[in-house]
Every structure is written in C-alpha cells, then in structure tokens.
Design a protein around this ligand. Structure first.
Ligand code: DON
Length: 565
C-alpha cells in the first residue's frame, strides 16, 4: 500500500511538473533537432534527417507536411521567410512572401469616398496575395538540398491520401471556423474542411484533391503549382469569387534570396530577416535598447523590466509604421534605423518614472484572436546546418477560400498592407506610404525567424507566430536567455507581454505582471489588458555540453513538439 502510494505520488508530481513546465528538456541529442507546431510534422522532419537529408531537406518536407496536418497555418497557398546558417557559418535568407497581384492598386479596398470597405482585405478572393511557399521550397531545395525532391514530398502525399487523425486542438479550430469557411465555399460539397455535424478529436480526414496537387508539385516542381492544372484551378477559383489574381501573377512569381540582416548584441550575433519583414530591424532595435539600458540588472517581471521593454517597443513600432516596407519598392533606411547614433537619440527620452505619451494618431480596435494562425519551425542537423522558417496564410485558414479541385486554402495576406494610412489592420498595426499597395509589391510582415550565434558558434534558432506579437515574443526569448539567464524551457514558458505603440496599451499574459507591479505601472499611466496567450515559440538551443536542446511551446499549444535524436 505504501509502495503503491509513493508510486502514485511520484506520478502525480511528474504530471504536475509536466503540466506546469511543458515538455521536460531532453539533453544529449547530437544528430538533429526539429521543433514544429505539430508532432506529426516534427516526426517527418526527423525521418528525413535519418534518411541522410540535411536540415534544408527536412525543412522542405516539414513545410509540405504542415500544409496537410496543420491547415490553419501550414500551407502551400501562403508564404513566409527562412533564415539560414550553414555548417560553414554562412548566412542567407529566403523571402517567399506573397506579392500583390498585377491588377492591385493603392485604393482597392476603399469606396469612392475613400472609406475602407470592411472585410475585403481579410476574407474572400480579393484578399489573396500571390502565394510564395511552393517556389520558396523549390529554391531552398535547389540551393541547399541533398535528398531527391520526390522523397521530400512523399510524406505529405501519404498523409493526405491515407488521412490525418484530428487532434483535439485541430477539431476545435475547424469547428470554430465552420461558418466562415462555409461562407467562402458554399457549394463545395466534398470540401474536407467542412462537416455539418462538427468535427471531433479522432476523426480521420482524407485530402484527396490536396494529395493530387502535391503529386503535381512532386513531379513538376514549381510548374506543378504556378502552371498547368493547379494554376488553372487557382485562377478559376479566384474568378468565381471576383478576385484579381491571374495566371500571369502565378507565372511571374519568384522568391528572392536576400542577404541576412546581421547585428551584434552583447556577445551575440543576431541573424534575422530583412525587409519586407519588419522582424529583423525591429528585433535588433529592441535588443540594442536592452543592451543600452543594461536590462539584465533588473529583476525579471519587475516594474523596471516591464516598463523599459514597453517604452522600447513603443518607439520601435512607431518606426515600423513609418519607415518599413518592401525594399524593392521603397527605400527603407535600414542603416540609419540601426545606427548607434540614431538609437541613442531615439531612446534618450525614455523615463523611468513615467510613461511617454503616444502620438496623436487614433488607434483602432485590435481583434485579438487567441490563436496562432502563422507557424514557425526550427531545425538543426548533425553537421550544424540550421534553419528557422516562419510561414503563414495570415489569418486562420487565410482567406478561407479553398481552391476547388486542388484542396488547399489561399492566404489573406493583402491585409498586411496599409490599406489606408493610419487605419489599423487585423493586428492593430498602422502604416503609410512605405507599406502602401502597389502591383507586385510584398506586404510588410512581422515574421521574425532568427538565428543567434554566441562567441561565433551556433547558439539559438527561434521564431514564433502571433502577428505583431511575433517580434516581441522573439525579443523576450532572447533577453530571457541572455539578460535573465533562463534555461531553454524556462525561457519559452516564461509569461510574455506585448506593446506596439498603437493601440497605446500593454497586453500581458495572465501571470506576466504581479498585482504590485501592475499597480505601479498603472500609476505611471500604462493601460494593461490581459491576453490569454502571446506567441508560440519553437526554439532550439545549442551548447557543447548538452548538444541540441529543443524547446517547444507545449504549454501554449499542446500539439507542438520538439523531436531530437
Ligand atoms: O506577416 C505577418 O506579419 C502576418 N501575416 C503574420 C500573421 C500571424 O502571425 C498570425 N498568427 N497569429
């Protein structure tokens, strides 16, 4: 009885530990590590590494697998960014962000009086940007892949053909979006994402049309998507919904290799995404601010810590709204925004005993959606090749439009443009000329796939979904590690806050701010709103002693998983 009691107690303690701390950190993995939002995609990444593939092969297989098992964000109808550090220590980034169609124009979401036509940039066919993911994966494989392309598509095709068993989270999410998916696909009888009686955990969903699309991509690579049957199915779908994306848009889409944005912070080198993502610039500005004020001198979650990062964020997001956009269309002052002189000046008025005033631009309502519509994954192989990829349809299930006969969702990325100066998008972000709509321009992003080197060695690979909160989530994970000395899982689990200039508020996870600190901050004039979850990290840490350490955000998203071996 005693023995039984002690074993039960031990099990209880273990369960309690797991539920409080997420996945336990596993050390000793030297051969590879994959962290994604879905355990099946992580398994597939591991299989590819075990077949002799490198991190880049695994990334291609994971991207296609996520399009099947995680259709709310994993995609072939969306876009994203990849940050790479090879085993030789070379950096590169791949921009496979969507583009505005050729027929797009600056005022396409405004009526004749200049008022915003509500919802048009967020739902339906007019919200769709030219997808970049398939071209991006082809480019990634062409430049860095080792295994045969066929092999990388095979796991996703098998899953789509044989069917995917829905997890509780995925069943819930599909059910929550049934009305919106139905509204965009009212006549599609066989659409696998619709079920009148509702989805349940354990349902097996077979994606026959998607499997055929993936096979066309397997055989014809980019032409299996941007030309031929798939391209025609996409354009027919768009035409039915009065969208503007054309065959020419698909034919001319190409992803772009861009030099990585690299900057130093303490003894770390940050390798991140340049525009058209705002992520890299904003992250570096924030980290340089943290270093300038020696943030680590304050206690974690103290009023000084939280006030300081809020004040930094307020200034950085104001810069984002004004100066950042697609560098192929707008001259982004990158060097200036990251210069010491500029940042010293920019942060000079931060005051430790009062909140600064936000400028006189009316902030809009932010529709905080407690979900993660983008997805990030990190992979490192045994040779030390690393990749951080963030990819998205933008909203959950993107535009909600499913391409009839091709079986996948199209993005609603056009909403990331500034559709009218000063009018906030779905994440409350405002913008102006730098991010205005132009044909073939890429919309500004917050995605921040990032790699960190410490003393010249690979140290962290990280990223997150979460719209505008992506940048601040990545920022907090780096400072949790460097300034506050947390271990990998503590760093991911630690409660987060977010502020973005406009709206002039702080969003905080329930345990992020104690009542005492909350009172102090409110006295400074901060407005604090509770947000159930902010970000969903997928991090890898590397050190000599422990090897590759995966840290998934299982506390915030229980399907996510780090798998190493
Ligand atoms: O590129 C961007 O910044 C957005 N389209 C990302 C959207 C996102 O992260 C939604 N997830 N919560």
């Amino acid at each position: 009885m005693n023995k039984f009691f002690s074993i039960s107690l031990l099990i209880c303690i273990m369960i309690f530990h797991l539920s409080c701390n997420g996945e336990p950190v596993k050390t000793g993995n030297k051969n590879g590590m994959i962290v994604t939002a879905h355990f099946m995609a992580s398994e597939i990444g591991k299989d590819i590494l075990q077949q002799g593939g490198n991190a880049y092969d695994a990334a291609v297989a994971v991207q296609f697998a996520l399009a099947v098992v995680y259709p709310r964000a994993g995609n072939i109808g969306g876009g994203g960014f990849a940050v790479i550090r090879t085993k030789k220590g070379e950096y590169n980034t791949l921009d496979f962000r969507e583009k505005a169609p050729l027929a797009a124009c600056e005022k396409m979401y405004l009526d004749s009086l200049g008022n915003v036509l509500s919802g048009l940039s967020q739902n339906g066919d007019l919200a769709v940007g030219v997808p970049g993911s398939v071209d991006g994966m082809c480019e990634l494989h062409k430049k860095y892949g080792r295994l045969n392309w066929n092999k990388l598509l095979l796991p996703a095709i098998n899953l789509a053909e044989k069917g995917v068993v829905l997890t509780e989270l995925e069943a819930e999410k599909l059910n929550a979006y049934q009305d919106r998916i139905l509204a965009q696909n009212p006549t599609k009888e066989k659409c696998p994402y619709l079920k009148r009686t509702g989805f349940s955990k354990g349902d097996t969903l077979v994606y026959s049309d998607l499997a055929e699309t993936l096979k066309r991509i397997q055989i014809h690579k980019r032409n299996g998507f941007y030309a031929g049957k798939t391209a025609h199915l996409i354009v027919d779908e768009i035409k039915r919904g009065k969208g503007i994306l054309s065959l020419k848009d698909l034919e001319t889409y190409h992803s772009v290799w861009r030099p990585a944005l690299v900057g130093d912070y303490r003894d770390c080198r940050i390798i991140s995404m340049p525009p058209p993502s705002s992520g890299g610039i904003a992250l570096l500005q924030l980290l340089k601010g943290a270093e300038k004020f020696n943030l680590g001198q304050y206690k974690f979650s103290s009023q000084e810590h939280l006030h300081l990062i809020t004040e930094l964020e307020r200034r950085v997001y104001a810069d984002r709204a004004t100066y950042l956009g697609d560098p192929d269309f707008y001259d982004v002052p990158m060097v200036k925004l990251l210069s010491k002189e500029y940042l010293d000046n920019r942060f000079a008025d931060i005051c430790f005993n009062k909140k600064s005033d936000s400028q006189e631009i009316k902030a809009g309502e932010v529709n905080w959606i407690e979900s993660f519509e983008t997805t990030h994954f990190s992979i490192v192989d045994k040779e030390g090749n690393a990749i951080a990829i963030t990819t998205t349809l933008n909203g959950n299930y993107g535009s909600k439009v499913v391409v009839d006969g091709a079986g996948f969702f199209l993005n609603n990325e056009m909403d990331d443009f500034s559709i009218k100066p000063g009018v906030p998008n779905q994440f409350g972000l405002v913008g102006g000329q730098a991010n205005s709509i132009r044909p073939e321009k890429r919309m500004l992003s917050s995605m921040t796939p990032t790699i960190v080197e410490k003393n010249g060695r690979l140290f962290m690979v990280l990223g997150s979904p979460g719209g505008s909160t992506i940048i601040t989530s990545v920022f907090q994970n780096i400072i949790n590690t460097i300034e506050f000395g947390m271990d990998p899982q503590q760093c991911v689990n630690a409660p987060r806050i977010h502020s973005q200039w406009l709206p002039d508020e702080i969003y905080a996870e329930p345990k992020a701010i104690s009542s005492k600190v909350r009172e102090q901050m409110t006295n400074f004039g901060h407005i604090i709103k509770i947000q159930k979850k902010i970000g969903m990290m997928a991090n890898i840490f590397i050190n000599e002693q422990d090897g590759l350490i995966g840290a998934a955000d299982t506390l915030r998203h229980k399907d996510s998983r780090s798998i190493g071996y």
